[in-house]
Design a protein around this ligand. Structure first.
Ligand code: UD1
Ligand code: CA
Length: 473
């Protein structure tokens, strides 16, 4: 047996691949007061459990087991593809009982890394350090932390020499014990063999009548099994989420961390780091500037010198160098070329592909539309299922009538076409290169190049016209 001491830091070793990640996610989460299971509540646009799984996966563990129970099928169904093992805990009898359900899925000679589905902000360096230390020493390594307000958390009890002795949970702690500010974060790395030995011995002799995982600290101390503590890399990582206020707090922490990284690592100019929302992966090249209240979802790539105006929503899109996205623009599933001007109030829908120097102005909607270099649609248009050549002008109020009530049809507008204002293009239709379409024309037949197209209309004038007058009641 080794002597227990948490002051002798073991030499870090390359992490072996016998880590068995166990994620506890079976609890009811009643305080959330929501029909959505707690671990599926989102932080940074991703379910909390998904965030923990993704972070754990960065360690390349031998296995990842999720202990699920309450609203379990819904939780399980949310992660259909991931390489996960699911361990059902039919009754929530406590954290120790929860870990016991996972053991049959873990290699007997591995190191368990215990994470919580409701501690979403935990980072890879922190859990790597935890797993590393346990693997290097074959000891228990508890992730602990000094906090200002330890209420509700398990307090760390140390002996006179400062060695880990036991954990007192809130409802079992005396007034004096409650004064202790060092708490257990909930995360632990421990040889599976030890868990297999100790977990079946847990008793429910505590205030909550549950099998507490925390009791194994006292077991280890009694047996003189080595155990250490270590701290998270950043104080905010271990914040647990039990209610909507804590979820919102975790969300703010996540957002400011991402905003700071964009500024520090990529030199992004954020008008206000407190007013950007990242719900996916934002990749920025050099000299990107983002004004306030922008939301980024899915994977968004902004190339050099891209500017994004206030109140834009950008989802799954790629914006090439020098393009200006002006305020109140929504982009979803689009590729935008260099030096374009999009917005204000533009909407690019999925499968839109713009070449360079394209201008899309206010209240212009594009769907499955490709637009070649230098073309413009500056005002009030709908362009759907459309291929537009280069140097085309689309006048204000022009729409493609792409839907006949049953099927969608394509409009092709070739290079250098001039489309006047308020034109309807009834698809399927092709407008050949260089054609001109007069204002107010409905096009329902193919148009030849170099032609002027208009619908004969007359303008009448009635002189001295008297408008009706409102009759008094
Ligand atoms: C637990 C710890 C406490 C620690 C705190 C950190 C115990 C007894 N207490 O308290 O020392 O400071 O976490 O956040 O371990 N769960 C299950 N099945 C169960 C019970 C819980 O899967 O039967 C899961 C929950 O979904 C949750 C996690 O375990 O993800 C923690 O459970 P919770 O009831 O929130 O424990 P705490 O009271 O916070
Ligand atoms: Ca909790």
């Amino acid at each position: 047996m080794q002597t227990s001491s948490d002051h002798s830091t073991p030499t870090p070793m390359a992490i072996p691949n016998n880590i068995a990640v166990i994620i506890l996610a079976a609890g009811a989460g009643k305080r959330m007061k929501s029909s959505l299971p707690k671990v599926l509540q989102k932080v940074g646009g991703m379910p909390m459990l998904g965030r923990v799984i993704a972070t754990a996966q960065q360690l390349n563990p031998a296995s990842t087991t999720v202990v699920y129970g309450y609203q379990g099928e819904e939780v399980r169904a949310a992660f259909p593809d991931a390489a996960l093992t699911w361990a059902l805990q039919t009754e929530q009898l406590g954290t120790g009982h929860a870990v016991l359900q996972a053991l049959p899925h873990c290699a007997a000679d591995g190191i368990a890394l215990i994470l919580y589905g409701d501690i979403p902000l935990i980072t890879e360096p922190t859990i790597r350090n935890l797993a590393d230390k346990a693997a290097a020493t074959n000891a228990l390594v508890w992730l602990t932390q000094e906090v200002l307000n330890p209420a509700g958390l398990g307090r760390i009890m140390r002996d006179a020499a400062g060695n880990l002795a036991s954990i007192k949970n809130e409802r079992d702690a005396s007034l004096a014990e409650k004064e202790v500010k060092e708490i257990w974060t909930g995360l632990l790395a421990c040889p599976i063999q030890k868990l297999a030995e100790w977990l079946p011995k847990l008793q429910k002799g505590n205030a909550e009548k549950e099998y507490y995982l925390t009791d194994i600290m006292a077991f280890a101390a009694a047996e003189n099994t080595a155990q250490f503590s270590c701290n998270p890399k950043q104080a905010w990582e271990c914040a647990g989420v039990n209610d909507q206020i804590e979820r919102a707090r975790a969300e703010r922490q996540y957002q400011i961390t991402c905003a700071n990284a964009l500024m520090m690592n990529h030199g992004v100019t954020l008008a206000d780091p407190a007013r950007i929302e990242l719900r996916g992966n934002l990749i920025c090249a050099a000299n990107v500037a983002i004004d306030i209240n922008c939301i980024f979802e899915g994977t968004v790539e902004l190339d050099n010198n891209v500017t994004v105006g206030a109140n834009c929503v950008l989802k799954d899109c790629k914006i090439a160098a020098g393009t200006q996205v002006l305020p109140f623009t929504m982009i979803d599933g689009a590729l935008v070329g260099k030096n374009c001007k999009i917005g204000p109030y533009a909407r690019l829908r999925p499968n839109t592909n713009l070449a360079q120097d394209v201008h899309i102005g206010n209240f212009v909607e594009l769907k499955a539309a490709s637009v070649a270099a230098g073309s413009k649609a500056n005002h009030l248009s709908y362009l759907g299922d459309t291929v537009i050549g280069s140097g085309v002008n689309i006048g204000a109020g022009t729409i493609t009538c792409n839907y006949d009530g049953a099927n969608k049809h394509q409009t092709i507008i070739e290079d250098n076409v001039f489309v006047g204002s308020d034109v309807q293009l009834v698809a399927p239709v092709r407008v050949a290169a260089g054609a001109t379409i007069a204002a107010g024309t409905t096009i329902w037949r193919d148009v030849d190049g170099a032609s002027l197209n208009l619908n004969p209309k007359t303008q009448e004038q009635k002189a001295n016209w008297q408008r009706p007058v409102k009759t008094p009641k």
